[in-house]
Design a protein. Structure first.
Length: 243
């Protein structure tokens, strides 16, 4: 059993294309398999629109790709639906257009002028005109998790001790604790992103592949094959083992 996974993209289309190139090279040697993108397609990077277009087009032509929803993708959608609606996972006092979150860079990729420096009402009006409805519908339809054999793919993680069917969307796209410090066997290996690290890490019961592309780091792609995990590099596979 084999699958590929790509961590948090955050608007970096060039990094995403290179990750797909590494996967394509691995598939040439080992055969096709699904590719799962772990969410956070948008924000902070320079071309969120390009990332969405790339992934949407790939699925439209029949590529075996799954694209999950991340918290930044949900904030983007929530802003388009209602720019004043609170985001349950976001700390009070912050909004999607705060410089720390990168929403303005996403809107700029759609050609919106000074989205972080104007009143919300005209920015929202411009966003509604600029973001195609087809992209909004596609983003809204993104699942929050994917169970596949011995693995569960999810953006942020799971609430320990809660059945997958009973997890809330907010936990699946936002959770850190108590998930990150929980060492119990979840019954499946949880493959996630959301919490930025310098490089991918295997913790035995979970694998975090958010390698900080949002902050100038690389975009990690891995291959999972039976009970083995490898990071894909330009030189080929590098084993990723529990620390």
């Amino acid at each position: 059993m084999r699958a590929y996974a790509i961590g948090d993209i955050h608007g970096h289309l060039a990094l995403l294309e290179r990750a797909h190139a590494r996967i394509a090279a691995d598939m040439e040697r080992h055969g096709p398999a699904p590719i799962i993108h772990l969410g956070d397609l948008v924000d902070r990077g320079p071309d969120s629109r390009g990332v969405i277009e790339f992934l949407l087009a790939g699925q439209a032509r029949g590529a075996d790709w799954e694209v999950l929803k991340g918290n930044h993708d949900r904030m983007f959608l929530r802003f388009l639906d209602d720019p004043h609606a609170p985001e349950p996972g976001l700390r009070e006092g912050l909004s999607w257009l705060h410089p720390r979150l990168g929403g303005a860079t996403t809107l700029a990729s759609y050609g919106i002028h000074a989205p972080g420096d104007r009143p919300i009402a005209p920015v929202h009006r411009d966003a509604l005109a600029a973001v195609p409805q087809a992209q909004r519908d596609w983003l809204a339809a993104r699942p929050t998790h994917l169970a596949m054999g011995p693995w569960v793919f999810v953006h942020a993680g799971i609430r320990p001790g809660v059945a997958l069917a009973d997890q809330t969307e907010t936990d699946l796209v936002w959770i850190r604790e108590p998930f990150l410090s929980d060492t119990r066997d979840h019954g499946v290996l949880v493959v996630h992103g959301h919490t930025a690290l310098p490089e991918a890490q295997h913790y035995g019961n979970r694998v975090n592949i958010d390698s900080s592309a949002a902050y100038g780091g690389p975009l990690t792609a891995i291959v999972l094959e039976d009970d083995q995990i490898h990071v894909l590099t330009p030189e080929g596979r590098v084993p990723l083992r529990p620390a």
